[in-house]
Design a protein around this ligand. Structure first.
Ligand code: NAP
Ligand code: MG
Length: 501
């Protein structure tokens, strides 16, 4: 007799075979091929199979998507609706996502290799929640009246930017897109989204679900394609009012160029990280700290901008935490992503797996010691899998302590004081997240204040809620996603003066 999880595994694989995958661009309310007819292979990293041939948008396709978005914005078919109307449509969009949660999770898992259980419990529901949250928020935002002199009234109101370009990576394709499109749409903008070339499938399905929910034609367009072509065209487009990017710091910097070379469009950036996860000697619950540290680097195959990729251990607790971590790493052994028991899936593609393994080689060559993993894995032939890997004896100048690896590779650094822990943690070009574990409340406060990061966790890691802003200090980015603060990115403040007669 087969087990329930074996049955579920078989069912997911069967559903994968019969999926109707959307593979055309979505422009002005309908699916369409690229103007020059080009397509690119969408490869599943699960087994290296081509699962779709996706329209390869070029500059001309970005042009027509921006033109459609501009028309939709200027005739006010969306921006002109009462906020309560936009809310109703966004809630319907969220309902559509919730209704198709399994299909979307399956697409995500097939496209970029994450475990189906994670896609189902995290990606699909978080996407629906985000659309709902910004839909709910938009009819509760009031303008201001400034305290000017008696003979004047000055109002301060928020208006949509206009046409918004969004470029996202492949690690959480739907969630990264939702964090931007939900507040952008709620505020009344028209959007052109370019998903990552490795993971275009859910974005195309989302566009269709949005249209079914009542988002008018031209308001939400999706143009798949390559970064240096379609992404660049969007960044440089003279009729795009703002470009909002999540991805690497290297490409994030290009967006600043695009803006300066074109129309000074507003730029928002959520970029890389090399986050420090500190465990101090005054932490008693080392079990909880070790388990959080494992999740912080092995969840989502380590393909997380907030990965706690530098584990900074006080020497008094180091051996205990490391021993526990190695045991926990065994629980993240890569498996078939469509098996419901799998906790670590495939990396996004072979090129990325090679890049990650290149860092492992560098770590060894520079003198760090592999305490577990460090090799490819092959739970499914043809797939892009890497074992969960832990390096001990890492020093702050080593490459694996400085560069973002974006894979399941942890660098353990040892310190012997609070001062040294802070110095090591802040010695980075990045400043996305940081964490500290200690049972001494004064120490926790001292340390969280001094950590130079946009998101700081105390006695936890990766706490998450839409009510809390997300983004980085230093070269981790400019601006914040999530919370009401996100509206700052997608709106202009307008000051209007009225002289009383
Ligand atoms: P990436 O190479 O920077 O790509 C991100 C997006 O930019 C993709 O859509 C990509 O298109 C596009 N792109 C690439 N080159 C471009 C160019 N010359 N002009 C315009 N667009 C271009 O990043 P990735 O490797 O996909 O994703 C991993 C990175 O994302 C990591 O650094 C990670 O830390 C970061 N990330 C940050 C956050 C955050 O919130 N801070 C969240 C998630 C991920 P292609 O598909 O053609 O490459
Ligand atoms: Mg793919």
């Amino acid at each position: 007799m087969s087990s329930p999880s074996a049955d579920a595994f078989a069912q997911w694989r069967q559903r994968a075979e019969s999926l109707n995958i959307r593979s055309q661009a979505f422009i002005d309310g309908r699916f369409t091929d690229a103007l020059d007819g080009r397509r690119f292979d969408c490869v599943s990293p699960i087994d290296g199979r081509v699962i779709a041939q996706v329209a390869e948008g070029g500059a001309a396709d970005i042009d027509r998507a921006v033109a459609a978005a501009r028309r939709a914005f200027e005739d006010r078919r969306w921006a002109g609706l009462a906020p309560a109307r936009r809310k109703a449509v966004l809630l319907a969009f969220a309902d559509q996502v919730a209704r198709h949660a399994e299909e979307l999770a399956l697409l995500e898992s097939l496209d970029m290799g994450k475990p189906i259980s994670d896609a189902l419990s995290v990606d699909s529901p978080a996407t629906a929640r985000c659309l709902r949250w910004y839909g709910e928020a938009v009819d509760k935002l009031y303008g201001e009246i400034a305290p000017t002199a008696d003979d004047t009234i000055a109002t301060i109101t928020r208006e949509p930017l206009g046409v918004v370009g969004v470029v996202v990576p492949w690690n959480f394709p739907m969630i990264m897109a939702a964090w931007k499109i939900a507040p952008a749409l709620a505020a009344g903008n028209s959007v052109v989204l370019k998903p990552a070339e490795q993971s275009p499938l859910t974005a195309l399905r989302l566009a269709e679900l949005a249209a079914e929910a009542g988002i008018p034609a031209g308001v939400f367009n999706v143009v798949p394609g390559f970064g240096p072509v379609a992404g660049q065209a969007l960044g440089l487009h003279p009729d795009v009012d703002g470009a909002f990017f999540t991805g690497s710091t290297e490409v994030g910097k290009l967006f600043l160029h695009y803006s300066s070379q074109s129309n000074m469009k507003r730029i928002g950036l959520e970029c890389g990280g090399k986050s420090a996860h500190i465990v101090m000697d005054r932490c008693q619950d080392l079990e909880a700290a070790a388990s959080a540290a494992a999740g912080a680097i092995f969840f989502n195959q380590g393909e997380m901008c907030t990965a706690g990729s530098r584990l900074v251990l006080h020497k008094a607790v180091k051996d205990q935490v490391l021993e526990r971590l190695v045991a926990l790493a065994a629980g993240y052994s890569p498996g078939h992503p469509l098996h419901p028991a799998t906790t670590m899936g495939a990396l996004v593609d072979h090129r990325h797996a090679e890049r990650v393994l290149g860092y492992v080689d560098k770590g060894r060559a520079e003198g760090a010691r592999v305490v577990c993993g460090g090799e490819r894995a092959e739970p499914v032939p043809g797939g892009a899998y890497v074992q969960p890997t832990i390096f001990d004896q890492v020093t702050p100048k080593m490459t694996i302590a400085r560069e973002e690896i974006f894979g399941p590779v942890l660098a353990v650094l040892t310190v012997d004081s609070e001062e040294e822990a802070i110095a090591v943690a802040n010695d980075s070009d990045y400043g996305l997240a940081a964490a500290v574990w200690s049972d001494d409340v004064s120490q926790l406060h001292r340390m969280t204040r001094r950590l130079r990061a946009g998101v700081v966790y105390a006695n936890c890691y990766d706490a998450d809620d839409l009510t809390v802003p997300f983004g980085g200090f230093k070269q981790s980015g400019i601006g914040r996603d999530k919370s009401l603060h996100a509206f700052d990115k997608y709106t202009e403040l307008k000051s209007t003066w009225l002289r009383l007669r």
